[in-house]
Design a protein around this ligand. Sequence first.
Ligand SMILES: [Mn+2]
Ligand SMILES: [Zn+2]
Length: 397
Amino acid sequence: MAEIVVAESVESDAGVAEGELKSRAARKRRMDLRKLRTAFNGIQKKMRRAESNESQPPGERMCPGYGMTSMCGRRKEMEDAVSILPRFCPKLGYHFFAVFDGHGCSHVAVSCKNRMHELVAVELESASAAGDDGEWKGLMERSFFNMESELLNQSGGADGVECKINCKCQPQSINCDYVGSTAVVAVLTPEKLIVANCGDSRALLCRGGVPTPLSIDHKPDRPDELQRIHEAGGRVIYWDGARVLGVLAMSRAIGDNLLKPYVISEPEVTVTERMEDDEFLILASDGLWDVVSNKMACEVVRVCLRDNRSKKTIAVAAETESNANATNNVVEIDEWNNKQGGSNKACRDAAFLLTKLAMARLSSDNVSVVVVDLRTGSCSSNSNSSSSSSSSSLLEL
Ligand SMILES: [Mn+2]
Ligand SMILES: [Zn+2]
């Protein structure tokens, strides 16, 4: 600002009559620039507030854009379940996303869908500060343990099974011990992305265009899992792929009482610091991952989200062309950056496209996909700096 003032006084001191018009025009340009800069500063401040969510009570924080598809596909029964709960823990304002892939029957997956977020919220509320990574690990492990304990209590012990959910296995009590579900659970905080996984569903982060898995599938032939099963006295038999005792094609699951202690429900937990170049998160059941690679899934979602963004950018450009008033342009950008989170068309399209791709590639399983656009809604403090720097570079243009 000081620079501009100095420049103005120098020019008016020159006082050349012919230059009068020129300098008036220059002054007007500077005034416009100053207005624009003031407008940008205001918007930057607003963006930072919205993104850090500091001004909002945790219970009202914006959720990133998300979309999901869950399809029975070529299977007879639908045994997948999806759970999405923005602000599931009102005290902290964190967001919850999960995919549960049931086997034997849907009741374990459905119970997980109904209860897992509540169990995680109870743990979060009782934890004094869910800040450090070790605490997150314990917290998620306890939630999974409690989830399974509830299922065991439901199945009434020696008297047989008493499922609370109406399901196909209810009359045949013995089968219920062969019923289970995978669980891939993601908790999103303004700074971190926590993933707890048990089974062969998968969480994949796209960071700067690079597919970054946040979970490793629990398959019986994964060397460390194979060793664990052997040490527990179990065996992995190859019967249409590697299976625990020749039965289950995954080495961890919630439920599956008859395969204990070889099949365990303890999740593996990753805590990932959110970065400015985090693009989106995909959670999906093996119905997708069996036929679509991490790389391809990332590419498909990128195109969907980019298409949506570029449409918006074109709209902004058209608006600018027809209306030379720069301030209007700024308002458009402001709206674009602050667009509300929540269920979002681009993410829904991306999830649907991935599901269709799995079908086209002859997936024989249920397919469930959740896509979360990490560039919308709540952002980390890291991305605050990036948004302000990108605004400044806009200003320099
Ligand atoms: Mn499956
Ligand atoms: Zn059942």
